[in-house]
Design a binder for this molecule. Structure first.
Ligand SMILES: [Zn+2]
Length: 583
């Protein structure tokens, strides 16, 4: 097995020979990376190789891509692949394709080459390193055929870096054990869903309660937390005591509910990563001078009821009992749902934490955006969480016959909202980092031959500061009034959620930065465009977040959301580094 010591001590020629085969037929990459020695960690070496390629430019990227064989292509059939490629394509079962699959892959290869002019590159050992199956390979191939060429070129390079990462792991005999654990936990948790072919876990559904029970079981049995409970709003709380059980605690966690048809890592990663750290501590028989309290928040996404952050809100004393009368799409009130789940509503107020007993709050979360993926960076340190506001609106006009009502005599509710949608888009585009979205548009009981009498819509505005957000909302409200007056329709706008921008506490942000640096990775700072539980805890104690890269260009709230086991491993190590700094 290769070691870093060996590599760091090697001549350029030896170094290149030791890394032979990491990047297909391209020893020049290792030759250049040699100048960046010594490498403090395997992650550092991987990063150096990535940086060599960043600096090499488009022509070098194309040459590297073209040095790869086609998937299940002629070279595979003629058995003229490199040893590494033979191993990978064989493990993915591509050598055992049915005639139909083989034919399909040949057609895809031809279409892909015709569109892009280079071979399709896929890290067939996949995000867990264990191998994609042929169905997954063909699905990915078809999906990526639709990409824009510039994006696809970058995606091919990202796959090449992943292939190199796995080849390096093999050379070093390295297994990301903690990353695999986190990845497998996330996979097992995703088995609980309200929908058959999608991941949907909304507040207090059967799937939701099964997730809570599973998390509690893992905390208790797999990780040996000292205290594990499901609290009055459904949060799963695990405490690992410090050397002194009354010592202050580090609070951490994220949510386990999902959006409809969501991803496996959104929220859950922030519960599983600290769980893995506690498991390691416990197995090493180690206690820290402070306690660790990991909370799986019951609700963050606002899917079943209009209220959001039910879980983390309760910890800062913000559970509004008025919410209990809200009803879901089936007419079940939150009170009924909570009672059916055996939650004691009268105990919610007591969930409020006393900040004096905590060091602070940290949250790990998948980025849910394309920034880290585009930079080929596994981790990002969050500087602040954008402030947001959400509203539900309804415009009421007059439903009338689509054939007999002249254009000038209509009071079309949907057309009024359409005007507003375009205004929101144009207004938000004027300010950097300001975003405005109408994500829901509905004409209740609409009909093809009826002028819409009613139109319901949602509005979501986010910005790095509260002032920028509020100025946008004020303009949108004023414009909505103008549109509705002009069209003779009426407007109702109800604010359903408002969250203040939450800048990271400088000393906690610095700790994350040091944790990332200690891994041998560059520190990259970024704001969070999405809201997170940390913005609730922000109101009670210092907080800071760490982002993990999402694959597939960071897509989230989508089944394509993905992470790798190696990235998850780095995330666990970064969390561990943070714990070390607090001792
Ligand atoms: Zn989330």
């Amino acid at each position: 097995m290769l070691t870093l010591e060996e590599l760091n001590a090697a001549s350029q020629q030896q170094f290149t020979a030791l890394l032979d085969g990491t990047y297909e037929h391209s020893p020049w990459i290792a030759e250049k990376a040699w100048h960046r020695r010594p490498f403090a960690s395997l992650a550092h070496l991987k990063r150096a190789l990535v940086e060599v390629l960043h600096e090499a430019g488009r022509e070098a990227h194309l040459a590297l891509i073209r040095a790869h064989p086609e998937l299940a292509g002629k070279a595979m059939v003629a058995k003229s692949l490199t040893a590494e490629s033979t191993n990978e394509q064989g493990k993915a079962g591509l050598t055992d394709c049915t005639p139909q699959e083989f034919e399909k892959l040949q057609r895809l290869n031809a279409d892909y080459n015709a569109k892009f002019g280079w071979p399709f590159i896929l890290a067939v050992r996949g995000p867990r390193g264990a191998g994609l199956n042929r169905r997954q390979i063909i699905d990915t191939f078809e999906r990526r055929l639709a990409n824009h060429p510039d994006f696809e070129l970058a995606e091919a390079m990202r796959n090449i870096h992943r292939i190199a990462e796995i080849r390096l792991n093999d050379k070093f005999g390295f297994t990301p054990k903690m990353g695999n654990l986190v990845w497998d936990w996330a996979e097992a948790l995703a088995e609980y869903s309200e929908a058959e072919d999608a991941l949907t876990v909304t507040y207090l559904s059967d799937a939701h309660r099964a997730c809570a029970a599973r998390l509690a079981e893992w905390m208790r049995e797999g990780c040996s937390f000292d205290e594990v409970r499901i609290d009055a709003v459904g949060n799963v709380v695990g405490v690992y005591h410090g050397t002194d059980p009354t010592a202050k605690r580090l609070l951490t966690g994220s949510h386990y509910d999902t959006v409809r048809n969501g991803g496996k890592y959104d929220g859950r990663l922030g519960i599983l990563v600290p769980m893995a750290c506690v498991r390691q501590l416990q197995r090493a028989g180690k206690r820290l001078p402070f306690g660790i309290e990991v909370v799986g928040f019951a609700e963050e996404e606002g899917q079943r009821y209009k209220a959001t952050f039910l879980g983390s809100g309760a910890l800062v004393g913000q559970f509004d009992t008025g919410w209990l009368d809200q009803v879901d799409a089936q007419g079940i009130s939150m009170r009924q749902a909570m009672q059916a789940a055996g939650l004691r509503i009268e105990d919610i107020a007591a969930l409020q934490r006393d900040p004096a007993q905590y060091l602070g709050f940290v949250e790990v979360h998948i980025e849910q955006g394309p920034v880290l993926d585009a930079l080929d960076l596994p981790l990002g340190v969050v500087t602040s969480i954008n402030g947001s506001v959400r509203l539900m609106g309804e415009v009421v006009g007059q439903a009338s016959h689509a054939g007999t009502t002249p254009m000038g005599q209509r009071r079309d509710a949907a057309a009024a909202v359409a005007e507003l949608v375009l205004y929101v888009e144009q207004r938000a585009a004027q300010v950097p980092d300001l975003v405005g979205t109408v994500g829901m548009l509905d004409v209740p009981n609409g009909s093809i031959n009826v002028v819409p009498g009613r139109c319901r819509f949602s509005l979501d505005i986010r910005a790095t500061t509260n002032e920028v957000r509020d100025a946008c909302l004020a303009d949108v409200r004023a414009e909505a009034q103008r549109i509705c007056e002009r069209r003779g329709v009426s407007l109702k706008l109800e604010e359903t959620m408002r969250a203040a921008a939450a800048p990271s506490a400088p000393e906690w942000q610095r700790r994350w930065e040091q944790s990332v640096q200690a891994l041998g990775l560059p520190v990259f700072r970024m704001p969070s465009g999405a809201g997170h539980d940390a913005m609730k805890l922000h109101e009670a104690m210092p907080q800071a977040m760490l982002f993990l890269r999402g694959g597939n260009a960071g897509i989230s709230h989508n089944p394509l959301e993905t992470i790798t086991n190696d990235d998850a491993e780095l995330c666990v190590q970064a969390f561990d580094n943070l714990l070390s700094q607090l001792q």
